[in-house]
Design a protein around this ligand. Structure first.
Ligand code: GLN
Length: 456
């Protein structure tokens, strides 16, 4: 823990950690030492980590990277944080992200942008940029992230680490500051599939405090690692695995320097015994408009609580109740958050609801059906995470549509609630990392992790 604290200090220019409280960290480390001294064991006992600033935490500030929640300290821990604390992990503090998890570059943070450790001219991706950077820079072995439309997978890809978003309903959202509740899901970000599996074991589980968590028997996500598939042998451990390649994921728009390492990774998977099959996810393009209607709609509802009365920053200057709301929300929320609230309020408003929100929900259902049709032909789906390697800081920040288009490959699995992961497969232009995405059917995290682990 002391080492990690020192590394965080010497890497302060990356702006990954936004709240560090050494005395809290060292107290957790001492408690873990005592448990170890008593002979307790556990994969996470004494292991340093960091938490995305979307999770509320006791002791550390919980701001969702927003001025709206500046200085806020929660009286309780998010369920996922609580589980990881109980497993004995040692928190180094809170990690930078896009404000309220809205973004793909970690530039929209009240704490300022976070830098990609491979190339500090480049964005780390987002919204869980700080989590990806903390792992990629070797500050902590793992971090928590959240993924609404790609926010674990995309920064993992752009920073060359491994991250998994489990099936919607796997991890409790209790204490995760809500963005779009029907999409938000927590997951681990780490150096390898194995590390992700060990962390996921302690994140997943039933929680009566979140009505969308699924009650299932506990699963050991690490159990199958290093084992060949049921029908396979050690020389061809992935024999029997059909990997679907959606034609829409490899078409126009995918940069050549991203395609190349992914093609090589697919060849490697083939050598391990997997069979590659061509599939189609015909509504891939529609995932962008559907997501960017549904997510802002839910956000406009979730963020209505930050009114300067019940929650959040209150403006000093106002003349009446309306101007108090107006000034508080204009000062507290950044421009991207304000844009999403306005879009969301619009698509939910009387007269537009049927044309936009309801229509987007129908498209969402069709996208989920496309995945189920694809899973009759394959066991897993593989493709890119991001159409390009990390772009330069500032390159897309003036153009929100450009930023939204970069989410093309991750939004589908989010809308369908499917598990997805990013596996580092090499480097593209300017030596910037490339990740391959693996998408599985519901609750097939073990199969994703097993496949990624054999590849790694
Ligand atoms: N880039 C997407 C958005 O801005 C996804 C963010 C996320 O997954 N939290 O909404």
């Amino acid at each position: 823990a002391q080492d990690a604290l020192q590394r965080i200090q010497s890497s302060a220019q990356l702006n990954a950690f936004v709240d560090v409280q050494p005395e809290l960290t060292l107290a957790q480390a001492r408690a873990a030492d005592e448990r170890l001294a008593r002979g307790e064991t556990g994969a996470l006992l004494g292991i340093p980590c960091g938490h995305k600033d979307i999770f509320v935490t006791r002791g550390w500030a919980s701001t969702a990277a927003s001025n709206m929640l500046k200085g806020y300290v929660s009286p309780f821990d998010a369920e996922v944080v609580d589980r990881l604390n109980k497993a004995g992990s040692v928190s180094l503090g809170k990690l930078n992200c896009d404000e309220f998890a809205m973004g793909s570059s970690n530039e929209k943070s009240a704490h300022g942008p976070c830098l990609n450790p491979w190339d500090t001219q480049a964005v780390p991706g987002g919204s869980s940029g700080g989590s990806a950077v903390a792992v990629a820079a070797g500050l902590v072995p793992f971090a928590t992230g959240t993924d609404t439309g790609g926010s674990i997978r995309q920064p993992a890809s752009l920073c060359g680490i491994t991250g998994i978003k489990p099936t919607y309903g796997s991890c409790s959202r209790y204490g995760m500051i809500a963005y779009a509740s029907s999409l938000d899901q927590a997951g681990p970000m780490a150096r390898s599939a194995k590390d992700c599996a060990l962390v996921l074991n302690h994140m997943v589980g039933f929680d009566p405090k979140d009505s969308t968590v699924v009650e299932r028997p506990a699963e050991d996500f690490a159990a199958q690692l290093g084992q060949p598939r049921a029908t396979a042998s050690l020389d061809q451990p992935l024999k029997g695995l059909r990997i679907g390649l959606p034609v829409e994921f490899f078409g126009e728009g995918l940069a050549d320097d991203v395609r190349k390492p992914i093609d090589e990774a697919l060849t490697h998977l083939k050598q391990l015994g997997a069979e590659l099959v061509d599939i189609s996810l015909p509504r891939t393009k529609l995932s962008i408009p559907a997501y960017y209607v549904i997510a802002p709609a839910e956000a406009s509802s979730n963020l209505s609580r930050f009114d300067g009365v019940r929650y959040g920053h209150r403006a000093e200057q106002y003349t009446d109740l309306k101007s108090m709301y107006e000034n508080s929300r204009s000062e507290g929320f950044g421009l991207e958050v304000q844009r999403r609230i306005m879009v969301g309020a619009y698509v939910l408003s009387h007269g537009y609801y049927d044309a936009y929100y309801l229509q987007a929900q129908k498209v969402r259902r069709l996208i989920a059906q496309d995945f189920q049709a694809a899973f009759t032909q394959c066991d897993l789906i593989a493709g890119p995470v991001s159409p390009t390697v990390a772009w330069n800081l500032g390159e897309k920040s003036a153009n929100p549509t450009q930023m939204y288009l970069a989410d093309i490959y991750t939004l589908g699995a989010s809308l369908a609630g499917l598990p997805g992961m990013s596996v580092p497969v090499g480097f593209g232009d300017k030596n910037r990392p490339v990740g391959m995405q693996l998408i599985g059917n519901y609750f097939r995290e073990s199969e994703l992790l097993q496949t990624a682990d054999w590849y790694q």
